[in-house]
Design a protein around this ligand. Sequence first.
Ligand SMILES: Cc1cc2nc3c(=O)[nH]c(=O)nc-3n(C[C@H](O)[C@H](O)[C@H](O)COP(=O)(O)OP(=O)(O)OC[C@H]3O[C@@H](n4cnc5c(N)ncnc54)[C@H](O)[C@@H]3O)c2cc1C
Length: 516
Amino acid sequence: MQKTGLYWLGNDLRRHDNHCLLAASKAVEHLLIVFCVEPQWLSMGRYQQTRMAQHRRRFLTQSLYQLKKQLAEEGQQLLVFAGDPLEILPKVIDQYQVSHVFRSLHPAFDEQQQWQLLHSSVDALSTTGRIEWHELDNLSLINQSDMRRLTGLDNLQPQKNSLTTDFIPSFSKFRRMVESAIKKQVFTIDTPSCASIPLPKPVALSPSNYAQLTKYWVDDIEHALGITSVECINRDADNIHVNAHNTNQACHEWLNTTVTSTNDEQAGFFGGESSARDHLKRYFSDERAHQYKHVRNALGGWENSTKFSPWLANGCLSARQVIDALHKFEQKSERSDSSYWIFFELLWREYFFWYAFYHQQALFRFSGIHRRRPLTSFYPERFRSWADGSTPYPLVNACMKQLNQTGYMSNRGRQLVASCLVNEMKLDWRYGAAYFEAQLIDYDVATNWGNWQYLAGVGADPRSTDQGGRHFDLKKQQQRFDPKGVFVREWLGKGASIEHSDSAIDHIDATGWPIQ
Ligand SMILES: Cc1cc2nc3c(=O)[nH]c(=O)nc-3n(C[C@H](O)[C@H](O)[C@H](O)COP(=O)(O)OP(=O)(O)OC[C@H]3O[C@@H](n4cnc5c(N)ncnc54)[C@H](O)[C@@H]3O)c2cc1C
């Protein structure tokens, strides 16, 4: 009997250096490549916020289109379904007698749960015999077995009696551990795998033979993701075109203004693997990496940091591909403190990946991994002003406007607005994290919630144990990073002041009376 595989895509929307595609290509003759648009992404989530706002959905849509096109060129097919994967995938597995299921190892609690539930429910119902389940290292730099060896932990997930302190307590310790292992050559980061093996054939699908699945089938990805027509442009490196049914005037106008936009964040971030590969190539084609460490903290400016994050978060690019490009750059143009710092920052990403994998639900807990409850709460008016960018702090407002308009914010900006939410506004950090989750085009569950915990003093920051979270002095930060107010005025308008306004944070008191 022929072997049929199912590859359930997630944050791994790429053809190259994709361990799942490689493994499937070796194991099966036919392959279904499936992406599920989950209804919960578009509905109200926890903390009274939608899980995925427009910018994130747009980037995801673009990424799916590029993958669809790439797969079609190789005779394969991207199948997009809208609905709960736990409802859809068992039907697909049953209908097509799937013998192998592939998925990238995801670190976070919900995704782990989904995988385990799918596994157990399908196995319980299976009449066709044993299915092979493959959850593969595909999103991180370090794989599970190396991580076990490096940490000495037999199990990288919490056990009944395990302690928070069983996992590497700080980033510094993690970094030293990884760097020393690389130096002693007990561990190497894999080079990216190439896409030379042809993909297995798709399974013949026609509307008549998938009666059970028609109601989930999605032809129109942007419609499924609630994207308005002018935003669903499909662009690749040298061939810009608009989806057939959207060739209206407005769409062309938008395309022209976007591509020539002076707003780098909008012009440069375009979802998909070919855009990611172009950007990676361009970044290392000049000497930018030698300046990185000195400019990475800037609040604005396309060139000041790598801007790899949205493509990494959606898996259009792998961290291994970035490291490989970095090493090639260093071989050609020497290694500098700055170029090394790109690796350093990618280790932060890696740390939070394994941190999320280890701590599971505790990643989202108000009291964090140490079970220490911060003295903050939820005040709707304060939260609204923070999210809208109408606090008394111009620097925070400018960063929030940038986020709301583009779906991106610099690392320094994220630190400042998070510190403001926790320390000035005294708000529950999880509302801030959930707001970022909805807005950021580079939203990554481990990195986002891990960084928020860190800033709120309930995470992996060794300083937080006895001194609370990180509190940035907003006036000093303004002086240091935007003394002339260029960034503030870019987002708040020409006449904006950089001085903190006298207006109070609250306009009503605890009983609902207006404050004079
Ligand atoms: C409160 C808060 C929330 C954040 N949420 C996210 C998120 O959801 N997704 C996300 O990708 N990054 C997040 N970051 C980390 C960081 O701000 C972004 O990765 C970075 O700004 C992206 O821009 P860049 O690619 O130009 O970064 P660069 O400075 O060029 O860094 C290169 C890469 O290193 C990694 N990196 C850099 N800084 C960090 C960091 N602090 N933690 C982990 N990895 C890092 C990213 O993968 C990044 O693409 C968050 C930071 C804070 C303070």
